[in-house]
Design a protein around this ligand. Structure first.
Ligand code: PXP
Length: 251
């Protein structure tokens, strides 16, 4: 069900980069599960974790642990591969977010090319939906992709905010405003089609508010900045400040 009529804007905290720091030494700490529990206590509405094909941050054991300990929904990010589909079907997390994945990229650089792969993706997500997972598709703010995501039967689209955040960081004001406008237009369009709208990637304290203010957006997924900020102020205050900025923008 899609609803922009009120409902608090949800914050999903992405804990991938706690695992990045852990894996830098190959040991057991910092523990992403501990971060997830702290995020839950700090008011996160969900936890997001991306199990990449190369397991560069989150591991299979992390996903097992999250499914066991979390009291809030897990948004399981994954590429559209058979291996990942089998893992998702074994765990049936609350949500599965399908993302593009390239081994050589530092992060998820663009949205999924749904329009070109409609048939394959429609077949790919059908068993996940039958198993009760909410299927979300991570896409650029592009009308073709929004409409294709709707046609394949996704319930949610997550709009990629990376281009907006990059333009902001680089002081490209016109590009930033154009990207924001595209996000606004596609949030409205997707919502009009009955899709639930989420957004994320690269959001910071400086960039979160214009996105949080979009009434159709129901959830933001934020990771790298929060985990980085936690080094300086601690995870609970880092999350609390993001939560406050989101609430202010919404009010
Ligand atoms: N949403 C999706 C679909 C993502 O792939 C990511 C990055 O893993 C995020 C949100 C969070 O992005 P960031 O870590 O830049 O906040």
């Amino acid at each position: 069900m899609s609803d922009s009529s009120g409902g608090r804007l949800r914050l999903g905290v992405n804990i991938d980069h706690v695992a990045t720091v852990r894996n830098a030494r190959g040991g057991a700490y910092p523990d992403p599960l501990r971060a997830a529990r702290i995020a839950e206590e700090a008011g996160a509405d969900g936890i997001t974790a991306h199990l990449r094909e190369d397991r560069r941050h989150i591991s299979d054991a992390d996903i097992d642990g999250l499914m066991e300990v979390l009291g809030i929904p897990l948004n399981f990010e994954m590429a559209a591969t058979e291996e990942m589909q089998a893992i998702a079907l074994r765990h049936t997390p609350h949500a599965v977010c399908i993302v593009p994945e390239k081994r050589e990229e530092k992060t998820t650089e663009g949205g999924l090319e749904v329009a070109r792969e409609e048939n394959r993706l429609a077949h790919f997500i059908a068993p996940l939906r039958r198993a009760g997972c909410r299927v979300s598709i991570f896409i650029a703010a592009d009308r073709r992709q929004v409409e294709a995501a709707h046609r394949i039967g996704a319930e949610v689209v997550e709009l990629h905010t990376g281009a907006y955040c990059d333009a902001h960081a680089e002081g490209r004001v016109q590009d930033r405003d154009r990207e924001l406008e595209a996000l606004r237009d596609m949030a409205t369009h997707a919502h009009g089609l009955g899709l639930e709208v989420h957004a994320g990637h690269g959001l910071t304290y400086d960039t979160v508010q214009p996105v949080a203010a979009m009434p159709e957006v129901r959830e933001l997924n934020i990771g790298h900045f929060i985990i980085g900020e936690a080094i300086f102020r601690g995870l609970t205050p880092a999350i609390a400040r993001m939560r406050r900025l989101m609430d202010e923008a919404r009010a």
